[in-house]
Ligand binder design. Structure first.
Ligand code: GLN
Length: 486
């Protein structure tokens, strides 16, 4: 990525990014543009460079921030009416780490309200358009971030992935999108969707940029007790493996690093999930997957077939567990503490009810109702408890899979970007979009969406590489093996 130095000024980088952001206004990518704030920061960095002072690893790099990350710059709305008017007093840990290294936020990006969705059509501000075809969806929920990177407005963008919200829009727009191991990056200061599956991650144009961002953003945070120690930067370097020691394969999904020092790259086995190779998956996506397998075989990798029958329950379990957590996380929006308040009430209960009715999108309300239902005393055992058991099965299924292979290669979604309006009135069709992405979040394992060419309509095709927990760095390095023309 382009980083400011004595030859390229931060002001130039930021001006270029803002100019493009304004040029592409019709894509509805941004909910806020940080024209003044970004240029002010850029000038400060240029002054430091002129004085010969040390600047950060991301000095002057313009980036886009998904609008569910809290920071005092601009309102944080999560693209929801109920948060309009809310300016955060705090800064998310991930944002702070990026900005401490000199990255400059040029705008906040559009998402499905509260990140509930797969197209950005659930945004209060309307949908973001696909970077390759304006009649199609950007994907979601982090659609704005994906398109900002795909149209080359910014070097990178932040995202959150609770069930595919980074990987699916990345694949719909032909960029890299990474959901790390659960707990790798702090969730402090990120608008909560489902706390047990929410992950912070990024969109980039290359695996190397992803590696740089991960090396900066990961690590323990006393403000988020689910964060893990910085295992990322201590992982062995995939590209400098010497051929003498045996694989760590088989020692369980919690071991790190996944690739043992001394293991040769060609010793690696790549798993393909049998259950995802059927007619419900677009034929051109299946073809792209097969071509990548051939490429890997030609490089000496072994391809193994995996039976993962429990994955067929992942979507059902996800749409029970996640709404249950959503219901709890959204209970704080009451019209008293944050943002929007309905003026149409004469008493306190009316104020709560009307604010929530007017402030939430239909999909938010649907999930609140599902969540309350599955947690209710009459249905808890039948739904929530059962889904929690299925989750354990899925965790075990991945552990078992990673005793047979090192990484798994799968599609991200069953189809490329669909048409605007095609699924928005059919929640189940929209939920089916997440068929191949949600199991990773339930198991806490990392997944990287990679571009894998285009289909006959010129739409990007994406695949995802999945690894065991804490294999993040090796997984990103492995993506270089699958690059176009690699
Ligand atoms: N599309 C999924 C959902 O609507 C995932 C959303 C996300 O990852 N934030 O739940």
């Amino acid at each position: 990525m382009k980083i400011a130095n004595s030859k390229v000024s931060a002001v130039r980088l930021v001006e270029d990014a803002l100019k493009k952001a304004h040029e592409f206004e019709d894509y509805n990518i941004f909910t806020f543009l940080n024209d003044e704030g970004a240029l002010k920061k850029a000038r400060e960095i240029d002054e430091k460079i002129a004085r010969g002072e040390k600047v950060g690893k991301l000095a002057g790099v313009p980036y886009a921030l998904k609008d569910n990350f809290l920071s005092p710059e601009g309102e944080t709305t999560a693209s929801a009416h109920i948060l309009q008017g809310f300016t955060s007093p705090i800064t998310a840990t991930a944002v702070k780490k990026l900005e401490d290294e000199g990255a400059i936020m040029i705008g906040r990006t559009n998402l499905d309200a509260f990140a509930h969705g797969s197209s950005t059509e659930n945004s209060y501000f309307g949908p973001t358009l696909n970077s390759h075809d304006k009649a199609r969806v950007a994907g979601g929920s982090s659609g704005g971030s994906a398109v900002a990177v795909a149209l080359d407005i910014v070097e990178f963008a932040t995202g959150t992935d609770t069930g595919g919200s980074i990987r699916q829009p990345a694949s719909f727009n032909g960029v890299y999108g990474f959901k790390p191991t659960y707990g790798c990056i702090s969730r402090y200061g990120v608008v909560a969707m489902a706390s047990s599956t929410d992950c912070v991650g990024f969109f980039t144009k290359t695996p190397d940029d992803m590696d740089l961002l991960m090396s900066i953003a990961n690590g323990k945070d006393s403000k988020d007790l689910t964060t893990l120690d910085d295992y990322y930067n201590s992982q062995s370097d995939f590209s400098r493996l010497a051929p003498s020691r045996p694989s760590l394969r088989g020692s369980g999904a919690h071991s790190a690093p996944v690739v043992a020092d001394g293991l040769e790259k060609s010793d690696l086995r790549i798993g393909i999930i049998k259950e995802f190779d059927n007619d419900s998956v677009d034929s051109e996506i299946r073809k792209a997957l097969k071509e990548k397998c051939k490429l890997l075989e030609s490089k000496g990798y072994e391809i193994v077939e995996l039976d993962m029958p429990a994955l067929k329950y992942a979507l059902a379990a996800y749409y029970i567990i996640v709404p249950a957590e959503i219901t709890s996380n959204l209970s704080r929006y009451d019209g008293v503490r944050y943002g929007f308040r309905s003026e149409n009430s004469s008493d306190l209960n009316g104020l709560y009810a009307n604010t929530r009715d007017e402030g939430f999108m239909p999909e938010n309300k649907r999930r609140i109702m599902i969540g309350n239902f599955v947690l209710s005393s009459g249905f808890y055992d039948a739904y929530f408890l059962k889904a929690a058991k299925v989750r354990t099965l899925i965790v075990k299924e991945y552990e078992n899979a990673f005793s047979k292979c090192d990484f798994i290669l799968t599609p991200v979604s069953p189809n490329p970007a669909f048409k605007l309006g095609e699924k928005v009135d059919d929640p189940v069709a929209m939920y089916l979009e997440d068929l191949m992405s949600v199991s990773l979040n339930l198991a806490g394992v990392p997944g990287l969406a990679i571009p894998a060419g285009k289909n006959s309509d010129g739409l990007p095709i994406g695949l995802q590489i999945v690894g065991p927990r804490r294999s993040d760095k090796n997984l990103i390095e492995f993506a270089n093996e699958l690059k176009e023309g690699a």
